[in-house]
Ligand binder design. Structure first.
Ligand code: URA
Length: 205
């Protein structure tokens, strides 16, 4: 049978040009990070999931959501019937922000100026992938997507929002499922994520 060549553009997953992103100096986070972590996934994905920033393992691997939060997210995606390789996965901030705690690198929440400095990279991914639905995983993602540093996450949980011609679905960050002090909160946060991912599927035109 004749081989039909597929264009390199379709064969390649959409990835921000890693070298350019890695050279970003729009804020200072590059100084203590191993590398910038670009988004990953099909360039025609209809759903984009936006996290906060790479964690310790993502910083080392150069891939988003490969650590413990990624495992929670993966389980939630499976339960919602969403294949991981069908969605585009990225972060609001592309460099890992951390502080030393003994031998460990402890995650630090990015400051608004760092979220804003990194926004153009997310905008580039949105422009290239053109998702119909964005799932904001937590408050940092929501602030970046809405370009509003005072955006409040809690009132938007479970309520999809139309923004710039696409749907935004807001859920808790998957690491909250690991970290919330009460078992009941962890369980509820996980349900919110699963239901948000199911809602994202339903919102596809
Ligand atoms: N948490 C995030 O928000 N993003 C990752 O890539 C990993 C953990």
């Amino acid at each position: 049978a004749a081989m039909i060549p597929i264009s390199p553009e379709r064969a390649q997953p959409a990835r921000a040009k890693a070298s350019t992103l890695d050279q970003c100096r729009r804020c200072d986070l590059w100084q203590s990070a191993t590398q910038a972590v670009p988004g990953t996934g099909p360039r025609d994905a209809r759903i984009m999931l936006v996290g906060e920033q790479p964690g310790d393992q993502e910083d080392l691997a150069g891939q988003p959501f490969v650590g413990p939060a990624g495992a929670v997210l993966e389980r939630a995606m499976q339960e919602a019937g969403l294949a991981r390789d069908s969605v585009y996965l990225t972060n609001a901030v592309k460099h890992f922000k951390w502080e030393p705690r003994g031998k460990r690198r402890l995650h630090k929440t990015p400051a608004q100026r760092e979220i804003a400095a990194c926004h153009d990279w997310l905008e580039e991914e949105l422009h290239s992938v053109k998702p119909q639905v964005i799932v904001a995983l937590g408050s940092t993602a929501l602030k970046s997507i809405l370009q509003d540093g005072s955006a409040a996450m809690t009132p938007l949980i479970g309520t999809p929002l139309q923004h710039d011609g696409r749907w935004i679905v807001t859920v808790y960050h998957p690491s909250y499922v690991l970290r919330a002090p009460e078992e009941e909160n962890r369980r509820q946060a996980y349900r919110v994520i699963v239901e948000g991912l199911q809602l994202a599927r339903k919102l596809l035109a």
